[in-house]
Write a protein that binds this ligand. Sequence first.
Ligand SMILES: [Zn+2]
Ligand SMILES: [Zn+2]
Length: 288
Amino acid sequence: MNKTTATFNLSKFVSLFKSSQDYSIANADPPPSTAVEYGWLWILENYGEFGLFLIFYGLMAVLYAVGGYVFYLFDKYKLFRSRKIQVKKYPSESDIKRCLNNLITNYILVILPIGIVSFPFSKVLGMSHSIPTVWRFLFDILLCLIGEDFFHYWMHRFFHTPWFYKNIHKEHHYYSAPFGFTASYAHPIEVIFLGIATFAPAMILRPNYITFYSWFIIRQLDAVLTHSGYDIELFPFNLLPYYGGVSFHDYHHKEFTCNYGSRFTWLDKLLGTYKEPVIKPENPKKSE
Ligand SMILES: [Zn+2]
Ligand SMILES: [Zn+2]
């Protein structure tokens, strides 16, 4: 009896990772009419919904590495020095090594298992596989940016209470002058909690798979940018009102008790925790 129940439960568990519908192109009704629709359905047909999750997860990790590496090159070859926020602080090789060790651990032992455990919820919530319009995609991403910022603000303030700071959040503050790779450099407990802040708005919105997974990649790249140490204004986020930019979060790493939002300044301004980043531009020639 127990064995039957155990077998049943196992098959039920495995079924959680199977696709919720048939994605074969031959049976599609209506059939795909554009190359994008065809390509999207081809991925779903061949890899299924769980395979799609793994593809996006791999893509997120690769893009994080590429983004971090680009800023690593900025530091290594002293490029764009006029845009460097903390002009005299460049990471050492041991700084980078320590950071990468933490990242590899977090990405394999924390973020990936959480993603796998969370995967069945995307089906429970009725995630759609349809391709959104560009405007719908941008609108949903904007809502996710605003929602994540809200949840992040409160969790971040919570992590700055004495016990949580000393035992958990202090790790993320190991680098007072962050660099791209430090975006997810944190204690595993913090990674879990801030992951909830990232999940929450997407779970509330319940968009389609494309927006849902793209959001995690955008969130991750936004974190690489805000930790880059370079005040670069070429990115579209800078067009958003109350967007704090890189200097906003960089200043949090420098001063600790201000600027708790992920990227927007409105909550900090409303609740009195905002401090205008003080950037003292230095002549690159003099900063040697
Ligand atoms: Zn940070
Ligand atoms: Zn902090």
